[in-house]
Design a protein around this ligand. Structure first.
Ligand SMILES: Nc1ncnc2c1ncn2[C@@H]1O[C@H](COP(=O)(O)OP(=O)(O)OP(=O)(O)O)[C@@H](O)[C@H]1O
Ligand SMILES: [Mg+2]
Length: 368
């Protein structure tokens, strides 16, 4: 279970009526009955995140099904075909799709320290993650969003998760501009409001969005903008007025509670220039992390995560051929693991690994 849970917006009315029906006529009396603070009760009743143990406790008192009324994150990746599959049964090496579960994510410790440093104090500050195709931008956005609230038992041993003082207070919104639905202004603004658990009118105007967020955003909130270049190139509705409003919201109207982290192939200012945008939104990214190879220690940790240990000379070969680029490390580890599982005793896996790396030769060249 997640470390914090909140009531889904469609259940808030039901929760409020259950609380009256059960004879708790004030929030104080409910707080006393469950032995929790008034602030926790207020957060629960207004759909804000509360500790999952407290969430279950309050639901128990009110006779509500905690599982059914809890807000569920919209999936950004297709769900596992069989939800009974445990992590141990999932593929140890993932090659292609972004890493969404923190357990499969390695390295980037320096970038993470810098990014969380910007997000752990007021005002939250904006950052841009820059990197070539397939270098790991989307995986890093997912990691930021998930690592601080993933229960430690679902992480690798020693994996750091206590990056933020009160992670349960944070709200994370992932926007993928490759998703066509995000190309329309109404739909995008509606999606952000929905994630924040605010009312969503239809249509949702920019003015309404600005009022709603500036009046009601009281928790630290990070909006992750993936593939923003696509948003700028292909979504004419997302014009300079739109981006300027977002900038004004983050800088002047949310009391330091709102930050953007974007992922892109080139610097935000270049990106804006190359796509004919002049909005000052693209000047607010005071920190940029440029992704490249993992450090040697990080790359070795990824290789050592194989369920069957690799001989030392193979580890050296993989480090050398992959140039410590995460996707290439994953491909070579996958091939080596497969050959060990099949009981092969020759070096054909190396030939196959190099062949599988071929489509990503550009990545190798760009990072040399
Ligand atoms: N930190 C990481 N730990 C382990 N593997 C990683 C990591 N980052 C990236 N990878 C590997 O690289 C692949 C590509 O990652 P990702 O999709 O995040 O890159 P991207 O930069 O967003 O690519 P694109 O530019 O195509 O959107 C993943 O499938 C995975 O194999
Ligand atoms: Mg990506």
């Amino acid at each position: 279970m997640a470390r914090s849970l909140r009531v889904a917006s469609e259940y808030i009315a039901k929760v409020k009526s259950a609380y009256n029906v059960k004879g708790y006529f004030t929030q104080e009396s409910l707080a006393i009955a469950v032995g929790l603070s008034l602030a926790t009760i207020k957060n629960f009743l207004s759909g804000k995140p509360v500790d999952s143990g407290n969430f279950v406790k309050i639901c128990g008192k009110l006779g509500l099904d905690a599982e059914a009324i809890a807000y569920k994150e919209p999936e950004t990746q297709p769900p596992q075909p069989n939800s009974n599959i445990t992590l141990e049964e999932t593929s140890p090496f993932i090659t292609g799709s972004p890493i969404t579960h923190p357990r499969h994510f390695f390295g980037r410790q320096r970038e993470l320290r810098r990014l969380f440093d910007l997000l752990k104090r007021y005002p939250l500050q904006n950052a841009a993650i820059i990197g070539k195709r397939r270098i790991g931008k989307t995986s890093l956005l997912h990691y930021l969003k998930n690592i601080t609230t993933t229960p430690p038992e679902k992480l690798r041993s020693g994996q750091k998760y206590d990056w933020l003082p009160q992670p349960e207070n944070y709200q994370w919104i992932f926007v993928d501009f490759q998703d066509r639905r995000m190309a329309g202004k109404d739909r995008l603004l509606g999606y952000i409001l929905e994630c924040l658990n605010f009312k969503v009118p239809n249509p949702c105007s920019l003015e309404y969005f600005m009022d709603e967020v500036s009046d009601n955003l009281h928790n630290p909130t990070v909006i992750l903008l993936d593939e923003i270049g696509v948003g700028l190139q292909r979504c004419p509705e997302l014009d300079d007025e739109f981006w300027e409003s977002l900038r004004s919201l983050a800088t002047n109207h949310t009391r330091g509670n709102l930050a953007f982290v974007l992922a892109t192939h080139e610097s935000p200012i270049e990106l804006a220039r190359n796509t004919g945008h002049s909005s000052p939104f693209f000047n607010i990214f005071g920190y940029t992390a440029t992704l490249g190879a993992l450090t040697e220690a990080e790359a070795r940790e990824l290789i050592a995560s194989s369920p069957i240990a690799f001989p030392e000379e193979d580890v050296e070969w993989i480090l050398h051929q992959s140039k410590r680029l995460p996707l290439l490390l994953q491909i070579l580890c996958r091939e080596r693991l497969f050959s060990l599982e099949e009981g092969e005793t020759n070096n054909n896996w190396q030939e196959e690994g190099l062949r599988q790396m071929q489509p990503f030769a550009d990545l190798l060249r760009a990072c040399l």
